[in-house]
Design a protein around this ligand. Structure first.
Ligand SMILES: [Zn+2]
Length: 224
């Protein structure tokens, strides 16, 4: 059988990601909530094939997996949450210029198509360079956002990866300040628990955050 598409992870013929690579991913689902988010969900652990898939989307602009990622995020969400808008935590303008796209926006738009919830660009990132009065480590810790317009009551924020959760917390704070009553978040990949063996499934419904450490790739801040 001939495939016009290659798996973004293993380069084998077939859909992207292929069944073998999907089988290598660990599903996550509901995560421990992070203030002020009302709920937080992740499709899979940011490890192994899941990490590779997102890295290829982010750094090599391999968009063949976007639809699959959106569908995986939609499946991770509980049914009928009543979201009035899907939005995303924008990457920095510099990164967007370098890559020519914002991976979080791509995922949010695909999730909107998947769920039928309107996608609205509600957040604007405040450039770290203009965040006066903050030292370098404070700026590194969490990006800041402002809102482009008044948000609806219930908003779902999308990002590609969650590591410490600082980006999504900051996005949620900004939306709540602007009038949203409930902000939830969904991500494609979540960094696994430091003590979870890579072969083990995390206990369902309970995944906590860890701070960035270990391998060089994981040391990168999640909001780049
Ligand atoms: Zn594959």
């Amino acid at each position: 059988m001939l495939f016009s598409q290659l798996c973004a992870v293993c380069k084998g013929p077939g859909p992207s990601p292929c069944q073998r690579c999907v089988a290598d991913m660990r599903a996550v689902g509901e995560m421990a909530p992070l203030e002020p988010l009302s709920g937080l969900w992740a499709a899979f652990a940011y490890a192994g094939a899941g990490r590779e898939l997102l890295a290829r989307l982010k750094y090599r602009n391999q968009r063949s997996s976007v639809r699959w990622l959106a569908s995986a995020m939609a499946k991770a969400l509980p049914p009928s949450q009543g979201f009035e808008a899907v939005t995303w935590a924008p990457t920095s303008p510099k990164r967007r210029r370098q890559r020519g796209f914002d991976q979080a926006e791509l995922l949010a738009r695909a999730l909107g198509r998947e769920t039928g919830v309107p996608v609205i660009g509600l957040l604007k990132r405040v450039d770290a360079a203009v965040q006066t009065g903050r030292n370098r480590s404070q700026r590194f810790r969490a990006p800041e956002f402002t809102t482009r317009r008044g948000p609806p009551t219930a908003v779902l924020v999308v990002d590609d990866v969650i590591t410490t959760g600082a980006t999504l917390q900051s996005a949620a704070k900004s939306l709540i300040r602007a009038g949203a009553e409930r902000v939830d978040a969904v991500v494609a990949g979540a960094t696994p628990l430091p003590y979870t063996p890579s072969s083990a499934r995390p206990p369902s419904g309970v995944v906590t955050m860890r701070t960035h450490n270990s391998t060089p790739a994981e040391r990168e801040p999640p909001w780049t």
